[in-house]
Write a protein that binds this ligand. Structure first.
Ligand SMILES: Cc1ncc(COP(=O)(O)O)c(C=O)c1O
Length: 412
């Protein structure tokens, strides 16, 4: 059992790297190429921006802060459509016996294939963004989707899922993990195809495809960084719900950068930190989180780790952070109201927590000991992903306009 350190209400664990770790082959450049092929076959495909916050970097006394801004990906306000679309295409290819390595979207829209695709029904559970991605992808491909949301989901998010595509959306009276089990049961009973963005024993192929889809963000980022004059980042901060996105990004980076990796930190809400809890228990197995499950970071509100990506996070991440909501709220404000000369970025609660943490770690006196530990200094190039834009307008304005949930670490 590891013992976390705490500063300013944030908890941190250092990975003692007791597990050797095998590079995840399914996240190699070659294995993820078909996902990029599908994404780039979309008419309106364009890489999302990599924004360099030069003034913030200067203020923090680091070389650069780079934000991959997913707030406008495919017009969906989050990165998640990358995974949903690729997984949907793979499920269709498998069902119809098509070669996923060569198909394009246009091909799946040809009338003879469409007659078969239109009969397929997809189902998932979501706390918002994955469901939106799946609804959008189902709309693009002409198939039906049923989407369940856990208790407490905001109706605006449910409506946003209906609006972008072709899904029937229902808010259930149960938590996220039970709602996932419910979707799996409905798939089984009705002959629907489950496209869930987390995995468990016996349900691994679809989540692997979803995770492969996420790697397009890193592929784009590496090219964009190099154009800005940075070979690669020295520090990477990735937020986690079930850890599929963080695991996909980290696994792809490990395949590209092998033994010359940046320092990678995984960041979660402290009340639902299942990756942190799994790291804390240090027995190699995934564990459910122990907190209250209450957080403004709806996209990260998942209590059980994704089983296919947990080993990647266990073996290759260097630090794990559990943050109060105030860190996400600070990140939303830092990105929305940047320092002079920096470009504003619209970021929702789950998107902003890493930027919030970086802005604290790199600039506040109270965090000096952790800055030293992580090796953050004037040569550091820090990379974060803004995984969502303004996906919950009421919550966004409460935080950004009304200044709710301030961060208070005392003076400094
Ligand atoms: C905006 C946003 N960021 C990050 C994540 C985390 O992804 P994962 O659950 O794969 O860890 C999610 C998940 O839904 C999300 O919606």
């Amino acid at each position: 059992m590891l013992t976390p350190e705490t500063l300013g209400g944030i908890q941190m664990l250092e990975n003692p790297h007791q597990f050797p770790g095998i590079r995840p082959d399914f996240l190699s450049r070659r294995e993820t190429e078909p996902a990029r092929h599908i994404h780039m076959s979309l008419d309106d495909y364009a890489p999302t921006p990599l924004v360099e916050l030069k003034s913030l970097a200067k203020h923090c006394n680091v070389r650069s802060i780079l934000v991959k801004d997913e707030s406008e990906r495919f017009g969906l306000k989050a990165f998640k459509g990358l995974g949903g679309l690729f997984a949907l295409c793979r499920v269709i290819c498998k069902h119809l016996g098509l070669d996923y390595r060569v198909i394009t979207l246009d091909w799946l829209l040809e009338e003879d294939i469409q007659q078969l695709v239109r009969r397929m029904v997809f189902v998932t559970t979501t706390d918002g963004n994955h469901g939106k991605g799946l609804s959008w992808a189902a709309g693009l491909l002409g198939c039906e989707a049923h989407i369940y949301m856990p208790k407490g989901s905001v109706e605006a998010r449910a409506q946003a899922i209906r609006d972008v595509g072709r899904a029937q959306v229902e808010i259930l009276d149960m938590g996220y993990d039970d709602a996932v089990r419910y979707a799996a049961k409905m798939a089984e009973e009705n002959g629907w195809f489950l496209v869930q963005d987390t995995s468990w024993p016996g349900y691994e192929s679809v989540p692997k495809w979803i995770v492969q889809g996420y790697t397009t963000m890193v592929y784009e980022s590496i090219h964009q960084m190099q154009k800005l004059g940075y070979e690669k980042p020295t520090h990477v901060f990735l937020q986690a719900g079930v850890g599929a996105m963080a695991g996909g990004v980290l696994g792809y980076m490990k395949n590209i950068w092998k033994n010359d990796m940046p320092v990678v930190s995984i960041v979660e809400p402290d009340q639902v930190a299942c990756i942190f809890e799994s790291a804390r228990q240090a027995d190699g197995s995934p564990h459910a989180s122990t907190g209250s499950g209450e957080t403004i970071m709806a996209g990260l509100n998942c209590a059980e780790p994704c089983q296919i990506t947990w080993p990647i996070l266990r073996d290759f991440a260097d630090y794990y952070f559990a943050c109060p909501d105030s860190v996400a709220a600070r990140g939303m404000r830092v990105l929305a109201a940047p320092m002079p000369g920096d470009q504003p970025i619209t970021s929702g609660e789950s998107g902003a927590v890493t930027a919030g943490l970086v802005s604290l770690l790199a600039s506040k006196k109270a965090f000096e000991p952790w800055r030293e530990k992580l090796g953050i200094d004037e040569n550091s190039v820090i990379y974060v992903i803004n995984t969502e834009g303004n996906t919950d307008p009421d919550g966004f304005y409460d935080v950004v306009y009304d200044g709710m949930i301030p961060f208070d670490d005392g003076p400094g």
